[in-house]
Design a protein around this ligand. Structure first.
Ligand SMILES: [Zn+2]
Length: 308
């Protein structure tokens, strides 16, 4: 089961658009972790936004969106790779009590310290290459405005987003003004600014309508008067790239003492992936091997590298 992302262009108008609909990937996400309603909505909107932005990138790697919160939500992460495979998770403060109506500001920017981070992590990094990272304050009262402000500040791109999520589906519409070529904006024949017109059409979209209408119908309903170039739909799906090896690396980072003390309590460690819920179990022997392995392989490498 895959979900769909539909790209389109306003013909001769310098405006591009995308609609995305996440149902099975969103359901899969929610099947192993339950969030308070306000958190669920925000995470769903961030997931739709992440697919919309990723689909516009000509980039072979993973886009990671993170919200570092200073309120009851400590962290929200959505990752989307170049094939539109995504995963997401949220971490709440231990004592968090979250009401249904709480706003983005209350959830993650309660003391004005929330941060929004976008990282572009290339697939084939050359040694020493850093991932690109943009960090901005949480400027806006919704996921859509935070991302619009980010795109304008960091990418100098006029972008508008309409997002909605409930426990069944998350949908989104993105409109973006293409960078002007040769210094003059592309105008419609009657001189009307097509960007403003496109945004005005987008603004007719009601929140309830976005939740209850499939993207094919939405595109017809919103843009029936426009000449659109519609591209082949792209598929979007949930995918988690967690592995026993990565969990092992994380344990190694914790250090021998930390792991040993956790082991003495219960005799084994069960670690669940935050993104997909998969459980990885490490007993005493597994852990001993974990801390032994690097020393061994380093020894082998050193030996093979010795000149004869
Ligand atoms: Zn996983």
């Amino acid at each position: 089961m895959t979900d769909t992302l539909q790209k389109f262009m306003f013909e001769n108008a310098g405006v591009r658009g995308e609609l995305v609909e996440l149902e099975s990937s969103w359901q899969h996400m929610l099947s192993h972790k339950t969030y308070p309603k306000a958190v669920q909505t925000m995470l769903g909107e961030l997931m739709a936004a992440s697919a919309l932005l990723s689909a516009n990138l000509k980039f072979n790697g993973t886009m990671i969106m993170q919200i570092h919160g200073d309120g009851p939500v400590k962290l929200m992460v959505v990752e989307c790779d170049a094939n539109l495979r995504l995963r997401a998770t949220a971490k709440l403060a231990d004592d968090a009590v979250i009401e249904d109506h709480e706003t983005l500001k209350e959830l993650v920017h309660a003391h004005g310290q929330g941060r929004f981070v976008i990282t572009l992590d290339p697939n084939d990094k050359v040694p020493g290459q850093q991932a690109y990272q943009g960090i901005v304050p949480l400027d806006g009262d919704s996921v859509a405005t935070v991302i619009e402000n980010y795109m304008l500040r960091s990418e100098q791109l006029d972008t508008k987003l309409w997002l909605a999520a409930d426990d069944k589906v998350t949908r989104g519409l993105l409109l973006q003004k293409l960078p002007e070529i040769g210094g003059s904006g592309v105008q419609a024949e009657d001189g009307e600014d097509m960007w403003a017109h496109a945004v005005m059409l987008g603004d007719t979209l009601k929140h309830e309508e976005l939740l209850s209408t499939n993207i094919e119908t939405l595109m017809r309903r919103l843009f029936w008067e426009q000449t659109l170039r519609v591209f082949d739909p792209l598929s979007v799906q949930f995918h988690c790239n967690c592995s026993r090896e990565k969990v092992g690396d994380m344990l190694k980072m914790l250090g021998t003492e930390e792991v040993a003390s956790a082991l003495t309590e219960v005799g084994h460690l069960d670690i669940n992936c935050d993104f997909c819920g998969k459980q990885y179990s490490f007993d005493q022997v597994d852990c001993a091997q974990l801390f032994l392995a690097p020393t061994l392989s380093e020894g082998i490498q050193a030996a093979s590298g010795t000149p004869h």
